[in-house]
Design a binder for this molecule. Sequence first.
Ligand code: HEM
Length: 459
Amino acid sequence: MTAEIFHPATYTRAVPYDRFAELRRTTPVCWIEEPAVGAWPAGPGYWGVFAHADVKRVLRDPDTFSSHLGGTQIRDPETSGDLDFVRAMMLNQDPPAQARLRRIVAAAFTPRAIRRLEEMIADRARVLVDAVLPAGQADFVDVAADLPVWTLARIMGVPDQDRRLLYDWANRVIGYQDTDYAGLSTADAEALSPLGRAALAERPASMTRPDGRPLNPRSRVGLADMYAYAHGLATAAAATDPAAATDPAAATDPVATDGSATTDGSADADRDTGIVGRLLAEGLTDAEFENMFFLFAVAGNETLRNGIPGALLTLLQHPDQLESLRRDPETLLGPAVDELLRYWPPVMQFRRTATRDVTLGGRDLRAGDKVVVYHASANRDETAFPDPDRFDITRSPNDHVSFGFGPHYCLGAHLAKTQMRAMLGQVLTRMPHVRPAGDPVRLTSNFQNGLKHLPIRWD
Ligand code: HEM
């Protein structure tokens, strides 16, 4: 039975590393069944790719393994309209179309650009820890969750009071396999900006259709409120920063201005048009712009909201490594973050579609087949990592694929690592004897390696 690899419920218990190891040994490219899950219908099945070298081979060859043909999620978009729609997002494109969109936003994500955000992110992490410190205990998932949304709001020029919307949209898209998150809304309408309130009015009334079938959260209808918001943000940005519409250099660069952020998070985020201005200046179509907003809102949010608690849980489960790190965070936090990402990859898999008949791992794949690479398995491949199940914060080299590989390599990798260092740095220096205060609760998802709760206490 291979269906367990696909089934979201498997991951509620744990990532099936033993099963991955067995597959790498026996059938490193393997046909995975795709049964119905709840109200979601069965799919045709797909090739799972489990070995490090094969994963890299697929990811570096978009001509053979396309992101565009069927998108990058295991589940096929339901209609051709839904497929066309997700294809407007660069994540679901192949070079050269993807390269064009990536070039437009890349400048905001270089290591140099992110270094300029570092202090602001560190300040925000300190504020979040300050808020819980006197209590001596907390659910670390709640503590960490605000850092990525707050950072994203700054980068995208989303007014601070609307950032909870980013959190809700990401939940809807990523958490739809988990009944605790599907359709969840946490934003307080009263607290939102007029733009946020207008968007809320567009929110689907229910994520279940009248005939009982679930509404696809990755569709224009399923995310109508997010698209309304993105559209409104673009209109407002064009009005407040008219130069941006014609001159890319005049677009406000949030990376250059963010240093002025105040430590309590009340910085005037709405004055930045940031990436929004940059995108408008480059003449993106409406669909391209709205999908870029969607990509940032989800990719930069849920990944860290799971990755930061996942990292802390990994450290708590390896007290000797936690202690070494606490003794010398200056030197060790950088490599430790990479090892934490290898050991707890926040994204477990991504999908491609074969464009032609091809042999991979000794198996004959046909044009049109779905091909799903498992980063979570590649990161434990014994041919790439000596003693792969050992968690070692000094591991070097560390060729993990948690940020992918090839043309779609995560654009936010530096930003993600900066946030992880900031939050873990706070825990290491300000929460003495941090330890578990209850059982962690995992997210039901075959895509995100997620935690819903991580109770901790400290002295
Ligand atoms: C630990 C946190 C993160 C992880 C594990 C992660 C993982 C990934 C992976 C695996 C991909 C490749 C997708 C593919 O091959 O199809 C990717 C792409 C991407 N990520 Fe991240 N990501 C993280 C954080 C972020 C952040 C903070 C941002 C920025 C706001 C971001 C923005 C993006 C974008 C825009 C892409 C698409 C790049 C393209 O299509 O060229 N990510 N990410």
